[in-house]
Design a protein. Structure first.
Length: 261
């Protein structure tokens, strides 16, 4: 079997394994089940003002991005950590090759589980206001959703390594939600952010992914450019995440990181 075929087989097995684990541990999907409550609140706030379909779509997309990012930070990032606490990490570390690929694929699989939130948002829109998400460019929109989820998975890759390498990283984990929602332009428009924050925001993939989602929904110009920037930044972040995770696996194999600390 060629190396490429071997990695492909590892990837397929990893997807199946993680899918089974998600079914056995439905609690890990709890954040996604809570998301409808946020959508109802967001829609309820503007209900008395007879909001336009465009505004409802913007609110719905905001809820989706928040759910995807939160799911990546609090669920997908714990894939390797859960193995450590369950005692299976030691066994997997003995595998000569393929374990890093398995971790990357499993984290991506967990993150992609947030995709159905789009359907949740659309369904609640129909139930509450009689209109779902209005999307002018479905192809661009679908790609923007994919880039958003893959970028969130890349962030989870990076965080999963830091949770093991850096003492106190878990304490800071709770700070990885609302500050990043602000940075991505979900709370305030990107143009309204202070200059220094806006420059930092420009380096964050989620900023451009959000712009790409909104442009695809409204049909505004520049959506493909936003999507290209989001993709480039997400790929760069994924590369850093893989490097960090590889470093973590190497240190675990050498016994430089406590498996049970």
């Amino acid at each position: 079997m060629s190396p490429a075929a071997g990695l492909a087989e590892v990837a397929v097995v990893s997807v199946r394994t993680q899918a089974r684990l998600l079914l056995l541990r439905p609690g890990s999907l709890a954040p996604l089940l809570v998301n409808p409550l946020y959508v109802v609140v967001l829609f309820g706030v503007v209900a008395a003002h007879r909001p336009s379909a465009t505004l409802l779509t913007t609110l719905g997309l905001t809820a989706f991005v928040m759910a995807a990012w939160g799911h990546a930070m609090f669920t997908a990032s714990h894939v390797i950590d859960e193995e450590r606490f369950s005692g299976t990490l030691e066994i997997n570390l003995t595998a000569p090759t393929g374990y890093l690929t398995s971790l990357v694929v499993r984290i991506l699989t967990v993150t992609l589980a947030a995709a159905p939130v789009i359907a949740e948002v659309a369904a609640i829109g129909w139930l509450v206001h009689g209109t779902g998400l209005v999307v002018r460019d479905p192809v661009q929109f679908g790609l923007a959703v994919l880039v958003c989820l893959v970028g969130c998975a890349a962030s989870a890759l990076l965080l999963s390594g830091l949770l093991l390498l850096v003492r106190g990283a878990r304490t800071l984990q709770n700070a990885l939600t609302y500050p990043f929602y602000l940075l991505a332009g979900l709370v305030l428009p990107h143009s309204e952010l202070p200059e220094g924050i806006r420059q930092l925001s420009d380096l964050f993939f989620l900023t451009w992914a959000v712009k790409g989602l909104r442009a695809a929904a409204s049909g505004a110009a520049g959506g493909w450019t936003d999507l290209a920037l989001a993709t480039a930044l997400a790929v760069a972040q994924a590369a850093v995440g893989v490097l960090v995770l590889r470093r973590v696996v190497q240190r675990l194999r050498r016994g430089e990181v406590s498996l049970h600390g």
